[in-house]
Write a protein that binds this ligand. Structure first.
Ligand SMILES: CC(C)(COP(=O)(O)OP(=O)(O)OC[C@H]1O[C@@H](n2cnc3c(N)ncnc32)[C@H](O)[C@@H]1OP(=O)(O)O)[C@@H](O)C(=O)NCCC(=O)NCCS
Length: 246
């Protein structure tokens, strides 16, 4: 597929509903299905401007209903707005400065390989449809940073929970955390958070960031209890309005 823009030609590599890479000269963006439940796409801009982003979003709109941005920091949403996206939702953002780290209470294992089937089962059971990652999103959460780790905890002989942690340019990201509902309230989530923070500090991260939905009281209580502080501004998610033409 290729779409002719005013000055650039949009090229795509990959087959929807799999991951697709867009390029136009130097500009690059990646899109994947939001998850297995919603007719929506997650579009990520690697480099490029609003005009390129708008062309990508228009192309994706032909394949699926909604096109969402990643969570953006306040002040970095301008390119999305200029590309025809509107603010859709907010996320809570927490930061841990990696001091006073505690030892996990439960046994936490660092895994070399991503068992996407197992992680996806726990992710599906843990999040409401709108917030599930799906197999492609889970794989992307592992590959999004230059270094990453998958930590798991076990109960009754099966994987009971996991954390995906990444470090890029000295900043750690707790990308995903979930505990199977049947094993909650036993300290497994807390142990995964502790292992994740320790792993990030060993990779020389100066802090770890994590975000969650505004109504996720359990996660917020867990993060605050483990020494994270609220970053007041939070994060924004943007949704493409197909009526917008740049
Ligand atoms: C958040 C989550 C990972 C916690 O896992 P867990 O194993 O049940 O948590 P723990 O037993 O280790 O509890 C640690 C702390 O979390 C908080 N917490 C856990 N369950 C809670 C609940 N039902 N209500 C309020 N706070 C809760 C508490 O602060 C608790 O500390 P406490 O025991 O001293 O009160 C789990 O509820 C989950 O998977 N939720 C869905 C997915 C999710 O929200 N992921 C994280 C956000 S992206």
């Amino acid at each position: 597929m290729s779409v002719t823009g005013r000055s650039e030609r949009l090229k795509s590599r990959g087959e929807w509903p799999g991951p697709v890479e867009f390029s136009a000269g130097w500009a690059r963006a990646h899109v994947r299905p939001w998850n297995e439940d919603l007719p929506a796409a997650a579009l990520r801009l690697e480099r490029g401007g609003a005009r390129f982003l708008n062309l990508c979003a228009q192309a994706v709109s032909a394949w699926t209903k909604d096109v969402f941005s990643p969570a953006t920091l306040p002040g970095s949403g301008r390119v999305w707005r200029e590309a025809g996206f509107e603010e859709w939702g907010q996320l809570l953002l927490f930061e841990h400065l990696l001091t006073d780290l505690k030892v996990p209470e439960a046994l936490v294992t660092e895994n070399d390989l991503l068992d996407v089937i197992v992680l996806n089962r726990i992710d599906r059971d843990s999040f409401p449809p709108a917030w599930r990652l799906g197999p492609i999103g889970l794989a992307e959460s592992v590959s999004a940073t230059s270094r990453s780790a998958i930590h798991t905890v076990a109960a009754d002989g099966e994987v009971a929970g996991f954390a995906v942690t990444g470090v890029s340019l000295g900043v750690g990201y707790l990308q995903r955390l979930a505990v199977d509902p049947k094993y909650r309230g036993r300290g497994l989530g807390r142990s995964l958070v502790r292992a994740s923070l320790t792993w990030a500090r060993r990779r020389r991260a100066i802090s770890v960031l994590v975000n969650t939905q505004p109504d996720n009281d359990q996660a917020a209580a867990l993060y605050r209890g483990e020494g994270f502080t609220d970053v007041a501004a939070g994060l924004q998610i943007w949704r493409f309005n197909p009526a917008t033409r740049n």
